[in-house]
Design a protein around this ligand. Structure first.
Ligand code: HEM
Length: 415
């Protein structure tokens, strides 16, 4: 377990936080196969989409043997097991759509998913750490890390758009790596009072945040909004604050009472949590509580990194106290780039949720259900709500506005 950076005055480093030099928070070279004993899990997970379409996934899962998860030996095996069991769980719960949900996850799925989750410190549901960070391989191993050469290990209904959604998000994670790697230089530089090092590191971070926005643009090329809204979204949704599953879900063989967990969202990515803590962004209580809860959906070492950044020295206070125009400009560039990213993300959400939701309502109210089938049959329960159950746009705008508040006074940036 990583210890607090405040424990020792050793230089701050990323070594103990499971952050890779090359891939950041992304799991390097995820395993694609489990040991042969677990073949029944892999067989179902690889065919989740077809089994959902034929309405036979649930019956296949009922016939699945109850396997003992304790033979899984290392982190990569556990991550693959969590991915396949959680994808299978999403399929099981949502196979019949929002009106045909279940109250109980059968024990042959619930017990091993719970056991693997306990060992990893992740919740027993599909998370960003599964679908994005641990769900990729290169088609040509020595080929480039780009959309053409990347594929998913397991998928859900939605065809190419599912690959697009997870892989573009993966590229956003990778675009941020140089920025994450610059964080120790900022913290150590502030401790030493080394203005130049901090300035350079902040320039790298601003650059990385710009690259994240560039990568996010690919969403429009690789994901069809109607497919995202009408087909995929339900498989990413959870059983907390969800009108289709008000009580939550009983994990049979684990606990008699139902439990509630949020669905997968890039709000569970550690990237913006790290940058917010570094720059000193503090969120309004409602959105702050949601974002803080999302940290429980991250690998524990990544969550620890965020906490340790937050208990480090105040960067903003340092910048204000230094009387260095280049330093102030670099800090302000980070804030501006983060604002640009959040504004662009709001556009993405509008295109992939708000606009299709309005069109779906229109089709239904005019009784034009036969047209634009994918949209008119879209689930209704999540229409106005984020996976966290909040009014999406006001939630995201509040977060963006709080980001703006860490801007430096114009006199400090020379503007
Ligand atoms: C089609 C693409 C996307 C859609 C429709 C989408 C939708 C949403 C929604 C509805 C929320 C509100 C919270 C929730 O319901 O979970 C959210 C939050 C968030 N999303 Fe996305 N998102 C998309 C792609 C991405 C990508 C690629 C990233 C980058 C890693 C990202 C990063 C975030 C972050 C960090 C939050 C928390 C709010 C914030 O810190 O500003 N999203 N997103």
């Amino acid at each position: 377990m990583a210890s607090s950076i405040m424990d020792a005055q050793l230089p701050f480093s990323l070594d103990k936080y499971h952050v890779s030099e090359e891939y950041g928070f992304v799991l390097p070279a995820p395993l694609a196969e489990l040991p042969p004993y677990y073949q029944p899990w892999m067989d179902i997970a690889r065919h989740v989409t077809e089994l959902i379409h034929s309405h036979t996934l649930r019956s296949h899962i009922h016939q699945m043997p109850e396997l003992d998860a304790s033979f899984l030996q290392n982190h990569r095996e556990l991550r693959l097991a969590h991915l396949v069991l959680s994808v299978t769980t999403m399929g099981y719960v949502w196979q019949e759509g929002e009106n045909g949900t279940v109250k109980v996850l059968p024990r042959n799925l619930a017990v091993p998913l719970w056991a693997v989750s306990q060992r990893l410190g992740l919740p027993p549901i599909l998370t960003h750490a599964d679908g994005v960070l641990a769900n990729w391989r290169k088609r040509v191993p020595e080929g480039p890390f780009d959309m053409e050469n990347l594929e998913l290990l397991v998928t859900l209904p939605g065809g190419d758009s599912v690959r697009g959604f997870f892989m573009v998000t993966l590229l956003v994670e990778l675009a941020a790596v140089s920025g994450i790697k610059a964080i120790p230089d900022v913290i150590n530089g502030v401790r030493r009072g080394d203005t130049e090092t901090v300035t350079r590191a902040l320039e790298d971070i601003a650059e990385a945040i710009s690259s994240m926005t560039e990568a996010l643009r690919l969403m429009h090329t690789y994901v069809d909004p109607a497919v995202f809204y009408g087909i995929m979204r339900i498989y990413l949704s959870g059983w907390k604050d969800n009108p289709s599953m008000v009580e939550g879900l009983v994990y049979e063989g684990v606990q008699a009472e139902p439990m509630q967990f949020s669905g997968g969202s890039a709000a569970q990515s550690s990237l913006l949590h790290c940058f917010d803590e570094l720059l000193g962004v503090t969120h309004e209580p409602h959105s702050g509580a949601f974002l803080t809860r999302m940290r429980d959906y991250m690998p524990p070492a990544h969550k620890q990194l965020i906490q340790d950044i937050s208990s480090g020295p105040s960067l903003r206070r340092f910048v204000l106290g230094q009387d260095s125009a280049p330093l102030a400009a670099a800090f302000q560039r980070c804030v501006s780039r983060l604002l640009d990213l959040r504004s662009y993300h709001i556009n993405v959400v509008s295109r992939f949720i708000t606009v299709p939701a309005a069109r779906a309502r229109q089709l239904r109210s005019r009784g034009e259900a036969g047209q634009e089938d994918t949209l008119s049959k879209a689930p209704t329960a999540l229409e106005e709500r984020g996976t966290g159950g909040s009014g999406i746009m006001s939630f995201l705008k509040t977060i963006r506005d709080r980001t703006k508040e860490v801007s430096l006074p114009p006199s400090d940036t020379g503007s």
